[in-house]
Design a binder for this molecule. Structure first.
Ligand SMILES: C[S@@+](CC[C@H](N)C(=O)[O-])C[C@H]1O[C@@H](n2cnc3c(N)ncnc32)[C@H](O)[C@@H]1O
Length: 233
């Protein structure tokens, strides 16, 4: 079994792949360090997410999409011919790089990233520059509840990958902008069953205009297709 760093990458440009290889390797080393520091027994009940503690702890951590998820995101963006995408949670820009690479291959477009931690946004911008993709991404610094309120046009694709306590609120903020036939992908369904349970219940309720399923990628990745316009019956 190959590790995710060695896994096949669907992104064709060697310059982009070199950046992604470096970022995935660093993110995997970080995950291995987490695993070594983890308690031997998991808590008996799922613990609610602690946003205050997380903001401090994750200030300098990747916690990025794995390569398989990045490949899927890239393929979705290419298949949709995506020209405008938004993401909640940019961190150091792994997911942004996949999306921006797809935009360029699609003939042009914009990824609107969001990151509350300015130092992470600065590194993400540098990574996009190194990959030659700076012209295809705009990273908005601040609370995504404000910075993503106006995505500037209809969205072909959305990634929900911020702190899980806000994931449903950001989905509900962006859902009216997702075009029919557009997709939403969300990470962390398996890792945060309390908060992501509410997210999954909402997006899988047909009344909210999506058809949605949980994929067994990283213990749960929700993939949702906009099937009806916002407010449509
Ligand atoms: C899981 S990481 C994102 C990983 C990224 N999508 C990738 O693949 O590299 C979540 C990020 O969301 C950011 N974040 C948390 N709350 C936020 C908020 N209210 N607004 C904007 N960003 C936020 C965190 O600082 C963190 O960097």
């Amino acid at each position: 079994m190959t590790s995710s760093t060695e896994a096949h990458s669907v992104v064709p440009d060697p310059r982009v792949r070199a950046v992604l290889d470096r970022l995935h390797a660093a993110a995997e080393a970080e995950m291995e360090a987490f695993a070594q520091g983890a308690p031997p027994e998991p808590p008996p009940e799922p613990q609610p997410f602690n946003p205050e503690g997380a903001a401090e702890f994750f200030r300098d951590k990747y916690i990025s999409l794995e390569r398989e998820q990045g490949n899927l995101l890239y393929l979705l963006a290419r298949s949709l011919g995506a020209r405008r995408a938004a993401e909640f949670g940019t961190s150091f820009g792994v997911s942004t790089t996949y999306l921006a690479a797809a935009m360029r291959e699609n003939g042009g477009g914009l990824v609107i990233g969001s990151e509350i931690e300015p130092s992470k946004a600065a590194v993400a911008r540098a990574n996009l520059e190194e990959a030659g993709l700076a012209g295809f991404a705009e990273i908005r610094v601040g609370d995504a509840r404000e910075t993503l309120a106006d995505p500037g046009g209809p969205l072909d694709l959305v990634l929900i990958d911020g702190f899980p306590n806000l994931n449903l609120a950001i989905l509900q903020l962006l859902a009216p902008h997702v075009r029919v036939g557009g997709m939403v992908m969300a990470d962390n369904v398996g890792s945060f069953p309390v908060e992501m349970g509410e997210y999954v219940a909402w997006v899988q309720d047909p009344a909210n205009g999506f058809a949605s399923a949980t994929l067994p990628l990283r213990g749960g990745t929700e993939l949702s297709l906009r099937v009806r316009p916002a407010g449509g019956d």
